[in-house]
Design a binder for this molecule. Structure first.
Ligand SMILES: Nc1ncnc2c1ncn2[C@@H]1O[C@H](COP(=O)(O)OP(=O)(O)OP(=O)(O)O)[C@@H](O)[C@H]1O
Ligand SMILES: [Mg+2]
Length: 267
């Protein structure tokens, strides 16, 4: 049965999509069967992994998978044993569909279940087909994020070392606790990843220390710094990228820490 991990924080631009993409890649490289899910209407994870514009997936995305209650019909293969459930801008109509039954095509597809558990229930169709399901979320505490949290066993909280990200953390933690209490998967925070670190800035260093003082048992030891090859992953992707190794270097340590925490939880 797959282990589902969500990457989230409602503050924008904290490395959620990049890290979810890299983690999916590292899991795949390690021989695990992986399903990567993009539940953000920006479609950034979709473009990173598929190396195609997210508009290519109009009508063939996670939104239609939820509306038609069919995952397999909507997954896009990335590689052997690695699939993507893509997203595009039409995912912005998700909440309207849940509460009015109206789809973006103008059809009426009434939804009668629990609006927070749509993704969780949908994924039951494929949990036995993968070892890991990795979910990238939007920068908001929206219906998409609630669905991702309720569909996951574990959540990595992305912490970009800034004041506004620091303010976002407590409410995000509360959302994880809510998912734990009303969802069916005992959703837990598995750790806080300090990322996008600018080594030249003393305020960044101070925020990294502050979050470690607040959550000493939760921060990962690895701190991800800003590096050009990581930023350029959105241009070059994972295939035929000469600087891939340089980009992924620091993520290997995070990967090892995360897998070991997951294994400790399972033992
Ligand atoms: N370690 C890094 N070094 C350099 N650039 C990075 C790094 N991580 C992410 N980036 C770049 O920073 C920007 C924000 O990253 P990303 O899109 O992954 O964040 P996000 O949290 O998913 O954003 P959003 O909240 O909009 O979904 C992107 O342009 C990405 O390429
Ligand atoms: Mg993103």
């Amino acid at each position: 049965m797959a282990i589902t991990i969500t990457f989230g924080i409602q503050k924008g631009g904290c490395g959620k999509s990049t890290t979810a993409g890299i983690l999916s890649y590292l899991l795949h490289q390690d021989g695990y069967r992986v399903l990567s899910i993009d539940i953000d209407s920006q479609g950034n994870l979709t473009e990173l992994l598929s190396e195609q514009p997210s508009n290519e997936f109009i009508g063939k995305s996670v939104l239609e998978a939820m509306q038609q209650t069919d995952v397999k019909k909507h997954v896009h293969p990335i590689s052997e044993q690695w699939d993507l459930l893509p997203a595009n801008n039409f995912l912005a109509t998700f909440a309207r569909w849940i509460y009015t039954g109206k789809t973006y095509q103008g059809d009426h597809v009434p939804f009668n279940g629990n609006p927070s558990l749509i993704l969780d229930e949908l994924l039951n169709q494929v949990r036995d087909d993968y070892d890991f399901i990795i979910i990238d979320t939007p920068p908001s505490l929206s219906e998409q994020t609630t669905n991702a949290l309720c569909a996951s066993e574990y959540v990595v909280v992305m912490f970009e070392c800034s004041n506004w990200c620091y303010s976002a953390v407590p409410n995000f933690m509360s959302s994880i606790e809510s998912a734990n209490s009303f969802g069916s998967r005992e959703t837990k925070m598995i750790g806080i990843l300090r990322t996008m670190n600018d080594v030249r800035r003393s305020d960044a260093k101070a925020f990294n220390e502050l979050i470690a003082e607040d959550y000493p048992d939760d921060v990962f030891k690895t701190i991800i710094t800003r590096k050009a090859p990581v930023g350029r992953l959105s241009l070059y992707g994972f295939t035929d990228n000469a600087e891939l190794k340089a980009g992924l270097d620091q993520y290997n340590n995070f990967y090892k820490e995360l897998i070991s925490r997951v294994q400790n939880q399972r033992d």
